[in-house]
Design a protein around this ligand. Structure first.
Ligand code: SAM
Length: 230
């Protein structure tokens, strides 16, 4: 099944990015948070943390295949891949690459103290401290939901002139919300219908917020999948 929702300057595709990415026009940047293959969708108590367990977990059992990762990297001029340390065998060996570090401001907790994002472009390593409790203020609708403040900071690290962003593993849509808040166009792909709906709703809510959005540049995304019912 595929579905496309257009929300302001954002377009959300319900489907597998292996199928959707080849239909999209190239964006300025891919900013994404793929499954790390560490079973982060399990071993957590969704009631305690408040995210929705759709019972169709298992999405974090495996990392994307090298074929999918190659498509992801081809989808835009620049790339930022969260969990880059889990994909060193699939990412190009670029010794001067910039890395981003999300420092969760904690040590020795049950989860990782930091997360790393690999960048396809050069630059000094940059670090953002954002505590887990700060991240939870955004709400928690996905077990691995990124903090909005971290994603806004991350997008701000892209080379100058980026106006459009693709996230092929959109989850609850945090990359998209950060992108549209920064006045960029966004295309997201999510294959879980529950998280797809959450991402669409969060994007709509972001647009409803009384905030001055910069006018997004003319849309360049291809809507060829509209009405395409697989
Ligand atoms: C790590 S989560 C992203 C969480 C996101 N950063 C957020 O803030 O909500 C990865 C998401 O990718 C989705 N996914 C996994 N494989 C996919 C594929 N091949 N195509 C599209 N989505 C996929 C999963 O359903 C999951 O929601």
């Amino acid at each position: 099944m595929s579905r496309v929702e257009v929300i302001g300057g954002a377009v959300m595709h319900l489907g597998d990015c292996l199928d959707v990415l080849p239909t999209l026009a190239m964006a300025d940047a891919v900013v994404t948070d793929p499954p790390y293959g560490i079973k982060a969708d399990r071993n957590r108590n969704s009631e305690r943390w408040g995210w929705v367990d759709y019972g169709n977990g298992g999405w974090d059992n495996e990392r994307p295949s090298p074929e999918v990762m190659a498509l992801v990297l081809k989808a835009a001029k620049h790339a930022v891949v969260w969990g880059g340390n889990y994909f060193t065998d699939m990412l190009p060996a670029t010794p001067l690459s910039k890395w981003l570090v999300w420092d969760k401001g904690q040590e020795g907790f049950s989860l990782a103290d930091c997360e790393f994002a690999w960048c396809s472009f050069e630059g000094a390593i940059r670090r953002k401290t954002c505590s887990r409790s700060r991240a939870l203020q955004d709400g928690k609708e996905h077990p691995t939901q990124k903090a909005l403040a971290v994603m806004e900071w991350c997008i701000g690290q892209l080379p100058k002139g980026c106006g459009s962003i693709i996230d092929p593993f959109a989850g609850s849509g945090t990359t998209g919300i950060a992108a549209v808040r920064l006045g960029m166009n966004f295309v997201g792909v999510e294959r879980d219908p529950g998280y797809f709906d959450i991402a669409c709703r969060r994007l709509e809510e972001a647009y409803r917020q009384p905030r001055l959005f910069a006018e997004p540049p003319a849309r360049t995304v291809q809507l060829s999948m509209l009405g395409d019912d697989k």
